[in-house]
Design a protein around this ligand. Structure first.
Ligand code: DON
Length: 308
């Protein structure tokens, strides 16, 4: 497969979709990003990386971090029994509600539907905090190592303004704490969650860092991060829940495990072949990048590489 040629074609296809949708405006630091940006990168399982457009420009990973916090919790759980612990506290069903919704928690005893809506991600970050003593720093170090980019950093302005506008996430955390579903104090859980969302990475960094998901749990150097069944499970939950209440539509159009963030990034995995990351800040009403989804749709159309 000539990845570079495919990416050029995908970028040309996606170009008219760039600027469509709305750049996230709930905090000033995200609103300032130019809507004209578009980048896409592919990292194959052997370590080759290809990219087009703004593929080396860092952006706010936001909810894409939820994939990596789940992977870290699974990897760090004693004896790699990540399956057992965390799945008692968070489900793995699509929510069909917006990513920051509160409504299901009351009827479902404070157990979030899945680890990729905000409530579920807060539970995962809480677990990571217990396991590491410093969830967000562990995540930053992990991402530096997996991406091979030692310069990755938090964006302090983003983290601060997330906290300033953090009432809803605080409400989710307090509500779950009232059901006994948090191990750490609410202020510390939401702080680490905001920091992890604020990490800046490029399409290149994210495609490379997500390589273990395409390699059935193996890192680039061949060492094992996750059991193959754990990588399979993360991919399965990405497919069913990674793009929120648009997961059905996304599976229909793209047919790949994927995780989006309101920074406009989406990572997608083709198990056994490669990991992709696309970035364009204009979002649809569900919080997914419009041009990003179009690009991934065209990538699987051109290559025939959806998982179906
Ligand atoms: O919790 C929030 O509001 C953000 N820091 C992350 C949200 C996000 O990326 C959801 N994604 N589409």
């Amino acid at each position: 497969m000539d990845y570079q040629a495919v990416l050029e074609e995908v970028a040309a296809y996606a170009r008219p979709f760039v600027r469509q949708g709305q750049v996230a405006d709930y905090i000033p630091a995200l609103e300032r990003v130019s809507a004209d940006r578009f980048g896409i990168a592919v990292a194959d399982i052997h370590g080759a990386v290809y990219g087009v457009g703004d593929w080396e420009v860092p952006f706010s990973v936001q909810s894409i971090s939820k994939t990596f916090s789940l992977a870290l919790v699974m990897a760090q759980s004693p004896g790699n029994q990540g399956d057992g612990d965390i799945w008692k506290r968070v489900g793995r069903e699509p929510s069909g509600t917006p990513f920051n919704s509160l409504v299901q928690l009351e009827a479902e005893n404070g157990i979030p539907r899945n680890p990729f809506i905000n409530a579920g991600a807060l539970v995962v970050t809480d677990r990571l905090q217990t396991l590491t003593g410093d969830a967000s720093t562990s995540m930053l170090h992990f991402l530096r190592e997996e991406s091979g980019n030692p310069d990755l950093a938090f964006d302090q302005a983003v983290a601060d303004s997330e906290a300033e506008h953090g009432d809803r996430n605080a409400a989710l955390a307090h509500f779950m704490a009232s059901f006994g579903n948090l191990e750490n104090p609410v202020p510390s859980v939401i702080e680490h969650y905001f920091w992890q969302c604020s990490i800046e990475m490029s399409c290149r960094d994210l495609a490379v860092a997500g390589g273990f998901l395409a390699r059935h749990g193996l890192r680039a150097d061949g060492s094992r991060l996750l059991e193959a069944r754990e990588a399979k499970r993360i991919n399965a939950v990405m497919l069913t829940c990674g793009t929120y209440d648009a997961a059905g539509e996304f599976a229909y159009r793209v047919g790949l495990p994927a995780k989006s963030g309101v920074g406009g990034g989406i990572i997608a995995v083709i198990p056994g072949r490669c990991t992709l990351c696309v970035w364009s800040p204009g979002l649809d009403a569900r919080g997914n990048s419009v041009a990003g989804a179009a690009a991934l749709d065209h990538f699987t159309t051109l290559t025939g590489w959806s998982v179906f």
